[in-house]
Design a binder for this molecule. Structure first.
Ligand code: FAD
Length: 427
């Protein structure tokens, strides 16, 4: 008789809520990870994120081996795997951490219903966020759609419970089921190594975050995003630490939760404008223009450097993400969904809620978005945030040899964008 703990986007043994409750329960715990074919089949064989997941799982497995335990790795369609698992083991309970994306919600519901039909209880836990679902709402019980009041309520609630409770699993690690399952290689799960790798996170310069974060050449942001995406760090530990270090940095972590709750309450944002009044915008959606944007050959150095950084490393600095996103939507009048999809393919930190939320912000179609008539000037952005051209020279080595003409003149593009938006916004 065993319990199962199902790892998904919480790839760590420390301060893991669902894992803690599994290990505290009555039965020895089998730690499980499923490589879900419904997700994997659409990815290229060298997807760097799959490589990262594999590496994180390998580290967990090595750690478990010291307790005479090991990770059970399965690959297939989730429902089929669960059917196999209940044949293979006498499962008394299944523990996991909640995931708020639409696909995950329906997957977890189907698994929980299947387990219930076999008289197996499942126990979902909040782990990915400090506050979820109904915990932060307006006085009338409805969700916030504007960031600042959301943040104020979040901080008020956090301050009352500060520091949030952490779940110290380390003391319980001997409660895993004893096993020596074979850990598959990346090739055995059908993937191959990529030279693009996730960087370790770095919190050494966070005390000056507000002064340095907007300058891409300084490279002082935390690089936490892929780690938060896959749960190799605990948001509770991070927030408890950040709350005493830097309020501006803390507020970025609150943006993350803001967009997560927007996605939870308004799942339509994945494929529709949050503001449906913007549905009438006549995007140009020119394929050749899109190609120039993707390849970093627009003639605007800040845009091109950003896209090349993304293509070469799977990462782009936040300030530059804002510039390239605005350029695509406003200067080129390409639907934000094209840019969102390209980022989703390339970003190591790709997070549905943050990607959709920020793209809609840039396009002006989102909740609490930049007003449509505010059009970033990529040249002024460059002067302000990379005055000496250090960032652009890093990603555009040929820059000093004379850089090509911009593909579209700024003043023209700006007027065209404003006119197109104005004409398209439904009254
Ligand atoms: P830091 O500045 O050190 O921030 C710390 C953490 O705060 C980040 O890791 C992230 O979890 C959170 N955070 C910071 N800014 C934001 C933000 N604007 N929205 C939500 N969370 C934030 N972030 C993603 O994690 N995944 C995405 O797919 C993603 N797509 C984006 C698309 C566009 C068009 C834009 C403008 C921004 C996007 N961001 C996304 C937000 C932001 O750019 C990244 O989180 C940040 O650059 C990651 O680097 P960092 O960890 O060093 O950031």
């Amino acid at each position: 008789e065993v319990s199962l703990f199902w790892f998904r986007r919480d790839l760590r043994l420390e301060d893991n809520a669902g894992l803690y409750f599994a290990l505290e329960s009555k039965y020895p715990v089998i730690p499980l990870f499923i490589f879900d074919e419904d997700i994997l089949d659409s990815l290229p064989k060298n997807d760097a994120r799959v490589g990262f997941i594999h590496e994180c799982l390998s580290n967990i497995n090595i750690n478990l081996n010291t307790f005479g335990s090991s990770l059970l790795i399965k690959k297939g369609k989730t429902q089929e795997i669960w059917k196999q698992l209940i044949e293979e083991y006498t499962i008394k309970a299944v523990f996991y951490n909640k995931d708020y994306e639409p696909y995950a919600i329906s997957r977890d519901l189907a698994v929980a219903e299947f387990l219930a039909s076999k008289n197996i209880a499942s126990f979902p836990y909040k782990d990915q966020v400090i506050f979820e679902e109904l915990e932060i709402t307006k006085a009338d019980g409805l969700p916030y759609t504007v960031y600042t009041p959301y943040k104020n309520k979040w901080l008020e609630k956090y301050t009352l419970n500060k520091p949030v409770k952490e779940y110290n699993c380390e003391v319980l690690l001997s409660n895993f089921y004893k096993s020596d399952y074979i850990f598959p290689t990346l090739e055995q799960i059908g993937f191959e190594e990529n030279t693009i790798k996730v960087k370790p996170h770095n919190l050494t310069q966070i005390s000056n975050y507000q002064e340095t974060r907007d300058f891409p050449a300084m490279d002082t942001t935390s690089y936490l995003s892929p780690h938060l995406r896959f749960g190799t760090v605990s948001i509770r530990k991070l927030v408890n630490w950040a709350a005493n270090k830097n309020q501006v940095f803390l507020s970025e972590l609150i943006w993350r939760e803001f967009f997560m709750q927007i996605l939870f309450y308004f799942p339509k944002v994945v494929s529709h404008n949050f503001k449906s009044a913007y549905d009438g915008i006549q995007w140009r959606n020119n394929e050749d223009d899109f190609k120039r944007w993707c390849t970093g050959t627009t003639g605007y150095p800040m845009v091109d450097a950003g896209m090349r950084q993304l293509n070469e490393t799977g990462y782009m600095h936040n300030r530059v993400r804002m510039v390239v996103a605005s350029f695509l939507c406003k200067h080129l009048l390409i639907n934000w969904q094209w840019g969102e999809a390209y980022f989703a393919e390339k970003l190591l930190d790709y997070e549905l809620s943050a990607n959709v939320g920020n793209w809609q912000w840039a396009a002006g179609t989102g909740c609490d978005a930049a007003p449509y008539f505010r059009v970033f000037n990529p040249e002024i952005q460059l002067k302000k945030f990379d005055e000496k051209g250090i960032y652009i020279r890093k990603w555009i080595p040929e820059f000093d040899l004379g850089y090509g003409e911009p593909m579209v003149e700024h003043a023209f593009a700006r007027d065209r964008a404003i006119a197109t938006y104005k004409a398209g916004i439904l009254k």
